[in-house]
Design a protein around this ligand. Structure first.
Ligand SMILES: [Mg+2]
Length: 438
């Protein structure tokens, strides 16, 4: 019998604003950050669980405080029951009524629960000696539905329907595992398209992306229409007609502006418009989808929980489901979202980038392929080539595809040295920046 001895938190921030990596129409100067949590135990096996809330800077201290608020629910508790029944663990964390009041099931507290649950999943997968995608892809349909809270979903997806979806995919699981290990999962890249980059840098990075084997890239839009027309025209000319170019407005527009702006860019053949407006505006997305056809609509990286995804799907408001590994209620709620997407026949194309989001979310897409949708058609995982070196088992992308992770865990563990050097505000990197040495 072993117990949880600590939730260790670290406020770790990377000074990405210095190079405008990650700049878009709403987020001009992000410092990619992680409110990082390590779940330590006294099991004596040297295994710990790692998870984090992704933020873009100062919000990190709020997220760290929210993670600390979960300490009483976990520290001192027996590890095995928590890990064996992560459905019950999730329900207990989310159901704490005094903390639930802050959401419910949304916002900083929900993201903190996500970080802790993801850390527990990391620990469970490490103990099982399997990468998370494979651990999830080998659970029985009954075990998988036990992880999901169907409350608020049953008008769109019942437990029985979820079981049917999972059972239908069971026969091909082993074959699809082999396929993933052999040839990986398709990726697209956002690296060329940050708003703060010059035209020369955009064209160079777009050329490199195609040479690297990507068949889809993404450009940030929404700050200035004439600039966007110029940048999209340049990108289209650079990559040719056969490469998909998605565009991403990061919630910049009202509904009619979103339609007009996207239509103005239509001659450059954008593939999807991402986050055109508020992530809460389900009916607005439905209106935009009708108004910009045949350009498709994608959203989800800021959707706060499974209820919003349910409504986006019910309202036929989106073409692609962009779940995020470090938002909603972690692995458990993301399983619900993957099942919802399968029920409505929409591809899951996750949000990634930031710091560590590629590392984690690849497991969810691969689980979807193995055990839920059974398909890679029109499915791609976002990829951004930033900060992977901070991780113990970094994402491997080559020839435009994610290699299936083989190391045990959720790929969420950062190097101790990275946590130490980039800890805010006293790590060596920040000490140097703050002393004017950069
Ligand atoms: Mg986006």
């Amino acid at each position: 019998m072993s117990r949880i001895t600590a939730l260790r938190t670290v406020d770790v921030r990377f000074p990405t604003s210095l190079s405008l990596d990650g700049s878009d129409a709403m987020n001009a100067d992000p410092d990619y950050s992680a409110a990082y949590v390590v779940v330590d135990t006294d099991a004596g096996d040297d295994l710990s669980g790692h998870g984090f809330v992704f933020t873009i800077g100062r919000g990190n201290e709020v997220a760290v405080a929210a993670i600390r608020a979960l300490e009483p629910a976990l520290v001192g508790k027996e590890v095995e029951p928590l890990l064996t029944d992560l459905g019950a663990t999730s329900a207990a964390l989310i159901g704490d009524s005094q903390l639930r009041w802050l959401g419910p099931e949304k916002g900083v507290m929900h993201m903190a629960i996500s970080a802790v649950l993801n850390a527990l999943w990391d620990l469970r997968a490490k103990r099982a000696g399997l990468p998370l995608w494979q651990l999830l892809g080998r659970l029985s349909p009954e075990e998988l539905v036990d992880l999901v809270d169907f409350r608020y979903l049953s008008d769109a997806l019942t437990r029985e329907e979820a079981l049917e979806i999972l059972r239908a995919a069971e026969p091909g699981r082993a074959e699809r595992e082999v396929q993933l290990l052999r040839s990986g999962y398709p990726a697209y890249t956002t690296t060329p398209g940050w708003l703060g980059y010059s035209d020369e840098k955009l064209a160079r990075l777009a050329t490199e992306a195609v040479a690297d084997g990507f068949t889809q890239i993404k450009l940030k839009v929404g700050a200035d229409l004439q600039d966007d027309i110029r940048r999209m025209t340049l990108a289209r000319k650079t990559v040719g007609p056969d490469i998909r170019i998605a565009i991403d407005a990061n919630q910049r527009w009202d509904i009619e502006d979103a339609i007009a702006w996207t239509r103005a860019l239509a001659p450059t053949d954008p593939y999807w418009i991402e986050e055109p407006t508020s992530p809460d505006d389900v009916l607005g997305h439905a209106r935009i989808r009708k108004g910009v056809h045949p350009v498709k609509v994608a959203t989800g990286e800021h959707a706060q929980n499974r209820v919003i995804f349910k409504q986006l799907l019910q309202a036929e408001a989106i073409d692609f489901v962009q779940l995020d590994a470090a938002r909603v209620g972690g692995v458990n709620e993301n399983i619900a979202i993957v099942l919802l997407a399968a029920k409505f026949g929409k591809p899951v194309c996750p949000h990634a980038g930031g710091v560590g989001l590629c590392e984690m979310v690849q497991h969810l897409s691969m689980f979807d392929f193995v055990a839920v949708s059974g398909s890679m058609e029109d499915r791609v995982i976002e990829y951004v080539d930033h900060l992977h070196e901070m991780f113990v088992t970094p994402t491997v992308v080559s020839q435009g595809r994610y290699a299936a992770p083989t190391a045990a865990g959720f790929s969420s563990e950062m190097h101790e040295k990275a946590l130490h050097d980039y800890e805010f505000p006293d790590g060596s990197v920040w000490a140097e920046i703050n002393s004017g040495g950069n």
